[in-house]
Design a protein around this ligand. Sequence first.
Ligand code: GLA
Length: 401
Amino acid sequence: MTAPLWLPAPDSAQVAHTLVEAFTQRFGVPPSGVWAAPGRVNLIGEHTDYNQGLCLPMALPHRTYAAVRPRTDRLVRVASLQQEDAWAGTLDEVGPGRPDGWAAYVVGVLWALHGQGIDLPGVDVVVDGHVPLGSGLSSSAALECSVAVALADLVPAVAALEVTDLAAACVTAENVVAGASTGGLDQTAALRAREGHAMLLDCRDFTVEHVPWSVGADGWTVLVVDTRAPHALVDGQYAARRRSCEEAAVRLGVPSLRDVAVPDLSSALEHLAPDDVLVRRTRHVVTEIERVREAAVALRSADVTALGSLMTASHVSLRDDYEVSCAELDVVVDTALGCGAAGARMTGGGFGGSAIALVRHDEGARVADAVAGAFEARGWRPPQVLEAVPSGPAGRAQPRS
Ligand code: GLA
C-alpha cells in the first residue's frame, strides 16, 4: 500500500541558515535578519470570520521564512526559494491585481502599509515557505505575516502599529492586491497565536483569548491531512459564499450574521425562505458560531468527547449547508471517524485543502495509513500528513547578522 507522506516541521535554525546563504548569494550582502510566520489550522469556526463571528485556530510549527534587508532607495526586490519568478519594482507599480502570482502577498503588505501613510524604505526579500501551498493551512497569510513582522522590527513607524493594524495590512494585501476576499482569521492566527494554546478569536473586534490546549496533556493530538486536491481561494466560490452571507444579513436587517442569535434562528430562516441557498448558508454560520462557543468551553474543561462531536457537527454543516467540502475531505473525515477519532472536519476555506482529526497521539500513524489506503482505493494520490503542535506566533527566527 502507498504510505501517506509525513511532513515534519523543519529545523528553524537550519532553514534560517540556508536562507541567509541564498539571500547573500542573490543580493551580494547578508540580510538584516530572518523572520518567520506560522501556518494555522482552525479547530472550529469556519466561514465565520467575514460574518464577524468566532473562530478557534492554532498555529502550526510549519512556517514561512523571510530574509529581509532594507534598501536606501525605493526599490523592492522579492525572490523565493520555491518559485522561479522573482519580482522587482517600486510601490507605484503595485495595486489591485498587480503584481499577480505569489509576489502579491509580499509587496501587497508594503503597499497596504504605505497606504496607511507609512514612509517605507525599499527592501530586498527572499522567502522560503514550509507551509504546504494550497493546503488550506494559510500559506498566503504566513507569507504576508513573515514580511509584516520583519518590517515591524526594521521600520519604527511599523513597530508603532497595534498588532490588529498589522494584521489589517496583511488582510488588505490579500483582499486588494492578491484579489482573495478572505476575512482575517489566518493573519490574526499567524500574528497572535500562543504556543501550547488555541486562540479564541472574536472577529467583531478582533479580541483574542488564549485557551490552553488542555487535551494535549491527555494524549490527544490534531492530525492534519492535506488531501492535495486542487484548491484555490481566488476562484469564485469563496467570494460567492461571502456574498450570500452579506445578502442574507441585508434581508434580515442586521449588520452581519453574527447578529442573529440562536433562539432567533428559526424565525430568521422563515424570513429567508424560500431562498434555500440563503437559508442553508445562514444556518451554517449561526450554528457554527455557537459551536465555537461550546468548543471553547469543552477545551477549557478538557472534554475531548464534546470537542470532537462539535468538530464533526461542524463538518456536516460545512458539507451539507455551506457546501464547501469535497469528496476527498469527506473521505478523510469518514475514515478518521471510522478509526476512532474523537472528531474530524475539514479546516480552512474548503473545496480541497486539509481535514483535521482529533486522535490519540499513538493512533495518528494508524489513522493516516487508513486514510492513505482509502485514497489509494479511489485512485487518488497519497495525502500529505502532519501533526498540529500548537505553536507560537510570527517573529524573528534569527538574530541580526
Ligand atoms: C480561508 C480564509 C479565512 C476564512 C477561512 C474559512 O482560510 O482565508 O479568512 O474565511 O477560509 O473559515
